[in-house]
Design a protein around this ligand. Structure first.
Ligand code: NDP
Length: 321
């Protein structure tokens, strides 16, 4: 906590929400409708992971699908309509030792909050290749569930050797004509049953001991460049889509010293609720969910967090001023 940030006479909010994906905006909608005038700090990527997706076809209610960024604008507008305030800025420090909680925005501004809803999401890991970034949304994806249906009857490559890669490769078999699963070692990390399903699937072929060194294509993906880690030989593989499935990182570093997390950094909540081990702090969306990771489940837990916060405030904890 930077010592120069003052909390003297600063604003004191009932509900502060960190994060602006489906979880954060849904929490804002419900908290606003409960007259709690929530403040949403949108973070570095307003709208969250969905703003890196094109069409979303699996969010209930959008019969013809919707573009990810447009859907997040809808979420935001609906929350704002009922009185939520969204602000640019990232939370850079928190002190959760007592209520009201102390929150620092962009290393500079102090805000006090009676309750805090964490909706900071998770970020898909990428290989870090320049062309992977350039072609994101144009053949490069980190979400087979979101984007798989756009790749019918074409060949795809997917990188990763864990359960996510297996699950996504199997999902992609519904659409693609062939899936090349590229893994850097000669052994998969995934559970045995998932490995077996992948190995037995006629549409999936594993390329062992190989890394992806480049993604090819001017406007859209046309292939990937592979390097055999043993022979160092390079070759190009012609594919129309490239899926990255090398894990996700929850955006929870801010809370490491305050909340219980699992071994991967996902915030642990009490079963059936969004409550964390600190009273008045709630976590929702991908920051606490490594299993489902869908917009609709994130929105669902965002709703839960707002209801949990509302009930907490209504229960009138003695030390809330
Ligand atoms: P994991 O960390 O389990 O696996 C990541 C995979 O990506 C590993 O095979 C790793 O290779 C590979 N990888 C990492 N970095 C790179 C890189 N830079 N280049 C190439 N390959 C790379 O992540 P998952 O997302 O697969 O799974 C996370 C957790 O969620 C796991 O506990 C998993 O079991 C669980 N899960 C469970 C599911 C289920 O039960 N249905 C579904 C999905 C996930 P290497 O093996 O060489 O390290």
């Amino acid at each position: 906590m930077p010592s120069e940030v003052s909390f003297e006479g600063t604003e004191h909010q009932r509900v502060v929400i960190i994060g602006s994906g489906p979880a954060g905006y849904t929490a804002a909608l419900y908290a606003a409708r409960a007259n709690l005038a929530p403040i949403v700090y949108e973070g570095l990527e307003p709208g969250g992971q969905l703003t890196t997706t094109t069409d979303v076809e699996n969010y209930p209610g959008y019969v013809d699908g919707v573009l990810g960024p447009a859907m997040m604008e809808d979420f935001k507008a609906q929350a704002v309509r009922f009185g939520a305030e969204t602000r640019y800025g990232s939370v850079t420090h928190v002190n959760l030792s007592e209520r009201p909680f102390r929150i620092v925005i962009d290393e500079a501004k102090g805000v006090l909050a009676d309750t805090l809803i964490i909706a900071t999401g998770a970020s898909a890991r990428y290989l870090g290749l320049e062309n992977e970034k350039r072609l994101l949304g144009r053949g490069v994806s980190a979400c087979a569930t979101c984007d798989g249906a756009f790749f019918r009857d074409v060949e795809l490559a997917i990188v990763g050797g864990g359960d996510t890669a297996m699950e996504e490769a199997l999902f992609l078999t519904r659409f693609a004509s062939k899936i090349w699963l590229v893994h850097r070692r000669d052994e998969l990390r995934a559970s045995k049953i998932m490995q077996q399903r992948v190995k037995e699937h006629g549409k999936i072929e594993i390329i062992w001991n190989t890394i992806v060194t480049d993604v090819l294509g001017a406007e859209e993906v046309t292939g990937v460049r592979l390097r055999d880690v043993k022979s160092q030989a390079e070759r190009d593989l012609s594919v129309r889509g490239f899926f990255v499935a090398i894990g996700h990182t929850p955006n929870t570093d801010l809370f490491t010293s305050w909340l219980d997390m699992d071994s991967q950094g996902y915030i642990q909540t009490l079963p059936g609720s969004t409550r964390t081990k600190i009273q008045g702090v709630f976590a929702c969306g991908d920051a606490q969910d490594h299993v489902y990771r869908q917009a609709v489940t994130a929105a669902g837990t965002g709703c839960m967090a707002a209801i949990d916060a509302e009930r907490f405030l209504a229960s009138g904890p003695e030390d809330i001023s």
